[in-house]
Write a protein that binds this ligand. Structure first.
Ligand SMILES: *Cc1c(COP(=O)(O)O)cnc(C)c1O
Length: 440
């Protein structure tokens, strides 16, 4: 093939690319309105959307499912040159940091699930969070954020922000008066988590939206613990929803990814940050995430079923002092959870007798849950805040944020509830039957 073919007559090089209606189907042209108007899933239900939205059967071979487009770069044609010229580079395949069909497919599925105009995937939840926050604030800006943020996000606001001349006030996410009082003339953003870790507070998002709208401040919510089959965060009026897709969205503890979803106008502002910070998601990880998402709805139902049964068991166990699971009536946010969330999730935090020493023995005695941080996978994961997520805190600092000695973080997988209950029952019997005193 001559150079003339490559540069002069692109249609002879990539005829299938040019004729593949998928590009138009995806609504990547700058037409009006949400993508979903142009690209509906073949049904309205969440599971149907999980399975089908965005997924692209290969037009050449008929292979079912989106191929992995393992390419760093794409043959340029007039169309691409024109889009670069017009400043619409997000809408064409040029180079995979900018965009790749594997990214588009999974982005379309995520946008459909969130009911968003647009979504972009990132190489991690933190890449999604950093790019989103940095896109929505200017030099000198102030942010009001929750005081119980994910550690990485806490560090973004405390370590990175000052170097950019920005500041953040952290406020108890239950205290709406304090949240409003923290808003300053230069406040551009409110940043909260839908469900906090480890105490699993369910935040009243409609009240945050009301404050944000009235005070003319944008609101970003990290909904990692409340994936779209449980709550469509944007429908409450949140501006941009972000997730660590490494957790429930992917669901198999086998990749790191993130997503930001919202109106096209804001996602278009976030996309240049993806380019600048370089947090684009690899095509193979996109394939895995898209495959994981197909079972999101059934997985969440299974997480809820096993977690509810186990939480009830823990609540009645004589050695368990406290159980935090938002779908138990004893949880302070039970009513909020019922109001905002369509179904539950697998995270349970509980406190056992005997303090952190007993908790260490418990995690060693269990056979099913693996000792690991992270959450949202099909396999149960267990960890202790005192030696993982809050290891840098003193006992008193942990107590101040409500983490008592003997606190255990459990992400219930989709294993059978009976097996999990039997495992915990046996483990408790082992650790409390020995010579060591139960009370510490
Ligand atoms: C894990 C997590 C993150 C960070 O996501 P990564 O994919 O690990 O970068 C952000 N927020 C919450 C609530 C998380 O649980």
């Amino acid at each position: 093939m001559s150079n003339k073919n490559i540069l002069g007559d692109p249609s002879s090089i990539a005829p299938d690319y040019l004729n593949d209606g998928w590009l138009n189907e995806l609504g990547r042209t700058r037409g009006a309105g949400p993508f979903l108007a142009n690209h509906p899933a073949p049904g309205r239900g969440m599971s149907t959307t999980c399975v089908h939205a965005g997924t692209h059967d290969d037009p050449r071979t008929g292979a079912v499912g989106t191929p992995i487009y393992q390419a760093s770069t794409f043959v340029l044609n007039d169309n691409q040159y024109q889009s670069v010229e017009d400043g619409f580079a997000r809408d064409r395949f040029i180079y995979s940091r900018y965009g790749n069909p594997s990214q588009w497919a999974v982005q379309e599925k995520l946008a459909a699930l969130e009911g968003a105009e647009s979504a972009i995937v990132f190489s991690s939840g933190m890449a999604a969070i950093t790019s989103t926050v940095m896109a929505l604030v200017d030099k000198g800006a102030h942010v009001v954020a929750s005081s119980d943020l994910y550690g990485g996000t806490f560090n973004l606001f405390n370590q990175e922000f000052p170097t950019f001349g920005m500041s953040c006030t952290m406020v108890d996410s239950y205290d709406f008066d304090a949240i409003e009082a923290a808003i300053q003339p230069n406040t551009q953003l409110m940043y909260f988590e839908a469900i906090t870790n480890p105490l699993l507070k369910v935040i009243d998002i409609p009240r945050l939206v009301e404050i944000a709208k009235r005070r003319n401040v944008r609101l970003v919510v990290d909904a990692t613990f409340a994936p779209p089959v449980a709550m469509r965060t944007l429908e409450h009026g949140v501006d941009v929803v972000v997730h660590s897709a490494s957790k429930y969205l992917n669901g198999h503890s086998d990749l790191i990814a993130g997503v930001a979803a919202g109106p096209r106008k804001l996602i278009d502002m976030i996309w240049p940050r993806l380019l600048n910070y370089g947090g684009s998601l690899d095509p193979h990880a996109c394939f895995l995430l898209e495959r994981g998402l197909k079972t999101l709805d059934v997985r969440m139902r299974a997480h809820e079923e096993s977690a509810t049964a186990l939480a009830k068991f823990l609540e009645t166990h004589p050695r368990v002092k406290k159980v935090f699971y938002p779908f138990l009536e004893s949880h302070p946010d039970y009513d909020t959870a019922k109001r905002l969330l369509k179904n539950g999730m697998g995270n349970i935090t509980f406190v056992i007798e005997g303090g952190d020493k007993a908790a260490l023995r418990l995690v060693d005695a269990l056979r099913i849950p693996k000792q690991a941080t992270s959450l949202g996978g099909v396999e149960s994961l267990i960890s202790l805040p005192f030696n993982t997520s809050q290891a840098t805190f003193t006992t008193r600092q942990r107590a101040d944020i409500g983490i008592d000695p003997g606190c255990v973080r459990l992400s219930v997988g989709i294993e059978d509830a009976d097996d999990l209950i039997a495992d915990f029952d046996r483990a408790f019997a082992t650790i409390y039957s020995s010579k060591e005193p139960a009370h510490a």
